[in-house]
Write a protein that binds this ligand. Structure first.
Ligand SMILES: Cc1ncc(COP(=O)(O)O)c(C=O)c1O
Length: 444
């Protein structure tokens, strides 16, 4: 068992001693369906929605089957544009035009005018020569990194970057480099000093905003280090685009460093609330990746109707700066409320806010209470975050009303008081978690 509180973590089930491949599956299944965890986990994972995923949701109670209205803070869609009438109408028109899917790979039969228009929209949005669309942000990161890097290359990745960026670096087979501590430029310099000798191409890869805690990468320093070592710079700006920069242009605009990133990656889940990912950059880079990014070459293309919806969502977003203003007003209001209530919350750098819980035991128990209080948040536990740094994550959207946010703060404060974790240090919160016992029937 991994946590200080003895609670199980997914990392415990990564491997087992047995020769039977399924042994770890059986062990995992018996723990999560065992009396101690079954009920509590049913309130954390795979809750069934009975309607759209928006700032308010209708959720089926996993134990009683009744439908409950909740405030929602775990939608990635900053502006709820997946529900915008213009976006839905663009999707409908494309559906009528070409049907539900685009069942071919992009470089053969899968390119159509909707995809082309989306590529043009993205490259223009970021001021780049070209863009390539993937079926998800995950596929984009893996495709870019495995498509570009070879075994003689060096890649340095920020340790807290998204799993898809980590996987892409690892699976690329690049033998030089490794990971550096989150936003730690000395550690990045150490990697260059110790691990780059003899390497051919060099790349630094980092998230723009780290999706776990919402903090921003130090682009000026990353860029300077890349220049000094003749390395290229890749930024996964999935979380930054739409949220930061004077017009929501993302990390380059935030630091007023347009064009500083050589390989700029993004996702359509945040601005558009839809599905898909992209990379943009020079024409040479994109042409190469069209043929060598295996997660594009060996898979069907994003359906035309989705492309049409995403293109329209960018038009809506660019024509409505008030959405972004509202997003930040909301983020500040929630942050202030949680901070003043006495929770441990990191500085506000993006619409993603985390509240420290420390142990999984406290995280699960707390989140179980939040369900009853009508709050749906994301939970972060090991191995997504370091051991004993579990947290509750809020993604704020422009759709939340002031009333939603105030009710969320109230529910959090009530629950925080009940567990005795307000105005406490992280260490005190951890030991409160260690002393908790699991509920037998919902009540903590
Ligand atoms: C920083 C980051 N990169 C990549 C992804 C993956 O994007 P997608 O959900 O489009 O696969 C996410 C998703 O949340 C993310 O936060």
């Amino acid at each position: 068992m991994n946590g200080r509180d003895g609670s199980p973590s997914l990392a415990d089930f990564y491997r087992g001693d047995s020769d039977d491949l399924f042994d770890k599956c059986r062990r995992f299944s018996s723990v999560v369906s065992g009396a101690q965890l079954r009920e509590i986990l049913r309130y954390q994972y795979r809750l069934i929605l009975e309607g759209p995923l928006d700032h308010r949701v209708r959720v089926r109670d996993p134990m009683t089957g009744t439908v409950k209205d909740m405030l929602c803070f775990d939608s990635s869609s900053y502006f709820g544009l997946q529900l915008h009438p213009r976006v839905m109408s663009a999707v409908r028109q494309a559906l009528d035009d070409v049907g539900c899917g685009t069942p071919s790979i992009q470089i053969l039969g899968g390119t159509n005018r909707y995809l082309q228009e989306l590529e043009d929209t993205i490259s223009a949005f970021h001021g780049r020569e070209a863009a390539l669309i993937f079926s998800s942000g995950y596929a984009a990161n893996v495709g870019i990194l495995t498509g570009l890097l070879r075994e003689d290359d060096f890649v340095a990745r920020d340790r807290l970057s998204h799993a898809s960026l980590q996987d892409g670096c690892r699976w690329s087979g690049a033998r030089f480099g490794g990971s550096y501590a989150n936003r730690d430029m000395n550690d990045l310099e150490r990697l260059f000093a110790e691990e780059s000798e003899g390497a051919h191409g060099k790349l630094i890869a980092s998230d723009g905003i780290f999706s776990l805690h919402g903090c921003v990468a130090p682009l000026p320093q990353l860029h300077a280090i890349a220049e000094r070592h003749q390395a290229y710079l890749m930024v996964d700006d999935a979380v930054g685009v739409g949220a930061i920069g004077a017009t929501g242009g993302g990390i380059e605009e935030h630091f007023q460093m347009k064009g500083a990133v050589d390989i700029l990656m993004g996702s359509f889940t945040k601005v558009s609330g839809c599905l898909g990912g992209y990379v943009c950059g020079s024409k040479d880079l994109i042409t190469y990746l069209r043929f060598f990014a295996r997660s594009s070459v060996f898979t069907a293309t994003l359906p035309a109707a989705l492309c049409a919806g995403v293109t329209e969502s960018f038009r809506v977003f660019q024509g409505a700066p008030e959405y972004r203003v509202r997003l930040w007003e909301n983020a500040r209001r929630l942050w202030k409320g949680l901070h003043e209530a006495g929770f441990v919350v990191p500085e506000l750098e993006s619409p993603i806010l985390t509240v420290f819980m420390g142990t999984d035991r406290l995280l699960w128990a707390f989140n179980r209470q939040l369900f009853d209080a009508g709050l749906k948040c994301a939970i972060l536990s090991h191995p997504a975050v370091p051991k004993d740094e579990s947290a509750i994550r809020f993604t704020v959207t422009s759709r939340h009303t002031s009333d939603d946010l105030d009710r969320a703060v109230e529910a959090m404060a009530r629950t925080g008081k009940q567990f005795g974790i307000l105005h406490r240090s992280p260490e005190e919160i951890r030991s409160i978690g260690e002393r908790l016992t699991f509920p037998s029937s919902g009540a903590i």
